[in-house]
Design a protein around this ligand. Structure first.
Ligand SMILES: *[C@@H]1O[C@H](CO)[C@@H](O)[C@H](O)[C@H]1NC(C)=O
Ligand SMILES: *[C@@H]1O[C@H](CO)[C@@H](O)[C@H](O)[C@H]1NC(C)=O
Ligand SMILES: *[C@@H]1O[C@H](CO)[C@@H](O)[C@H](O)[C@H]1NC(C)=O
Ligand SMILES: *[C@@H]1O[C@H](CO)[C@@H](O)[C@H](O)[C@H]1NC(C)=O
Ligand SMILES: *[C@@H]1O[C@H](CO)[C@@H](O)[C@H](O)[C@H]1NC(C)=O
Length: 406
């Protein structure tokens, strides 16, 4: 009797203590979102819960986008919607120098559809955003940010997005993109990680906040990261770049100058500046031919294609060269295996998923979704560095292996 009373008292005490020590027991240290590939457009989409009452909202993810924009049509119905006043502190968060105002005295920002290149003014607005917190293993519980900033753009702007998508979620390096707003809302570290799945039916995962990031069968992939500095370009400071000092194909040096590499979820395949492209493909073709891989005719949009007859569709074929992007020194490189370089086209052809970007692409090297799939990337905005893992398939897991059931 006495012991059970003591037990009860201790339980009660520990309840009191935990209640006293953490005013908000549910303050999350990380948040999680699914991210899915859309088969037709090759865009990556996620689902956000917004408004009051909450409704799920399908949006395309743009890693380099400056903020969340949504097309707000007549069906936008929310009791918690508010537009942001002109000349207010929130308005200046969105505008580093000039203040944008419309004649209703509300703050406006320019929203861009990165696929159609159409741009339109939108009202900077606030509304509820809900998402799942996580301990790195599962979703835990829904948490809400009552005044999440976004741009309310005209309905036409979402034309050209994956079917059903009503806007674009920007993860760029700005004060009002998702990573910084979410980190500020819950005071967690300004880091986020992205793991894209190639399969339209099995979503990959985005984590906001620090690891662990645990994928089935129980592998903490945050422990597998290698780091390189993130570079900020003054004019495109919301975008993510790293420096590539050299490229090796099967260990052979490709003659290039040190170059900037941009990471993109908007381009399905890598885009490479012409002179680098021709050096890279020349060495790549030499290496493949030397290993008796037969070159076959081009298949648009790809230039460099090979036959896979007689290889029984093996995933890592001997003979397909590996590409190393050499970063801050010779020992730090991002290795691109066949699974991220060769795109299957038809039954017995694979093509190099790198496209000639002409003389003036946005960066000398732009890695697209295909190169990023089943790789973990961590963007650490506090320490300005990128963590990367290379293909998780070599670690017996993949980006679709986060356990989204709670
Ligand atoms: C908007 O939502 C409110 C509350 O849920 C509802 O009463 C109202 O009818 C809705 N209006 C429209 C136009 O859907
Ligand atoms: C949170 O996770 C649960 C379980 O996976 C899911 O049903 C729910 O839709 C998620 N909520 C949000 C806002 O993503
Ligand atoms: C936020 O976190 C930092 C360090 O983790 C801490 O010093 C600071 O007091 C926290 N701020 C709030 C408002 O909780
Ligand atoms: C490197 O840059 C220099 C100066 O711009 C140029 O002359 C040279 O051709 C470049 N080398 C390669 C391999 O692109
Ligand atoms: C690919 O192979 C499948 C099954 O072997 C066959 O049905 C299909 O017609 C082939 N497609 C092409 C484009 O050759």
């Amino acid at each position: 009797m006495a012991s059970s009373q003591t037990h009860f008292f201790l339980l009660f005490l520990s309840f009191l203590i935990s209640d006293t020590f953490s005013e908000q027991p549910s303050t999350p240290t990380a948040l999680v979102l699914p991210i899915s590939k859309h088969a037709l457009t090759l865009q990556y989409t996620t689902i956000l819960s917004r408004r009051t009452p909450l409704v799920p909202l399908n949006v395309v993810v743009d890693l380099n986008g400056p903020f969340l924009w949504i097309s707000c049509d007549s069906t936008y119905n929310s009791s918690t919607y508010k537009s942001v006043q002109c000349h207010s502190p929130l308005c200046s968060l969105a505008h580093s120098n000039k203040l944008g105002c419309n004649h209703y005295n509300t703050c406006t920002v320019f929203s861009k559809n990165v696929f159609t290149k159409k741009v339109s003014a939108g009202e900077l607005s606030e509304d509820v955003l809900s998402l799942n917190s996580t301990n790195g293993l599962n979703p835990i519980s829904m948490v809400s940010i009552p005044q999440f900033l976004f741009s309310c753009a005209p309905a036409f702007l979402s034309r050209g997005l994956a079917s059903g998508a009503k806007g674009v979620a920007g993860l760029g390096h700005t004060k009002i993109a998702l990573p910084t707003q979410l980190a500020n809302a819950f005071n967690f570290t300004r880091k986020f990680s992205m793991c894209l799945s190639p399969s339209p039916n099995d979503p990959g995962v985005i984590f906001f906040g620090d690891g662990p990031y645990v994928l089935l069968p129980g592998i903490d992939i945050s422990k597998l990261l290698t780091f390189t500095p993130l570079i900020q370009r003054p004019r495109d400071s919301n975008e993510y770049y790293i420096r590539v000092k050299s490229i090796r194909v099967n260990g052979k040096q490709v003659p290039i100058n040190s170059s900037l590499l941009m990471i993109s979820t908007v381009n399905p395949y890598a885009i490479i500046e012409s002179s680098i492209y021709s050096s890279l493909t020349r060495v790549f073709i030499e290496e493949a031919l030397a290993a008796n891989v037969a070159r076959v005719e081009s298949q648009a949009p790809f230039d460099v294609c090979f036959s896979t007859k007689n290889t029984n569709g093996a995933m890592i074929r001997p003979g397909v060269p590996v590409i190393d992007l050499v970063l801050q020194n010779e020992k730090v490189f991002w290795r691109i295996f066949e699974i991220n370089s060769m795109v299957p086209v038809g039954n017995d052809t694979v093509c190099l998923g790198f496209l000639d970007g002409g003389l003036n692409p946005r960066a000398s090297i732009i890695l697209g979704g295909y190169q990023l799939e089943d790789n973990l990337l961590q963007f650490d905005l506090e320490s300005s560095r990128l963590g990367f893992t290379s293909s998780l398939l070599l670690r017996e897991t993949d980006c679709a292996s986060f356990n989204f059931t709670n």
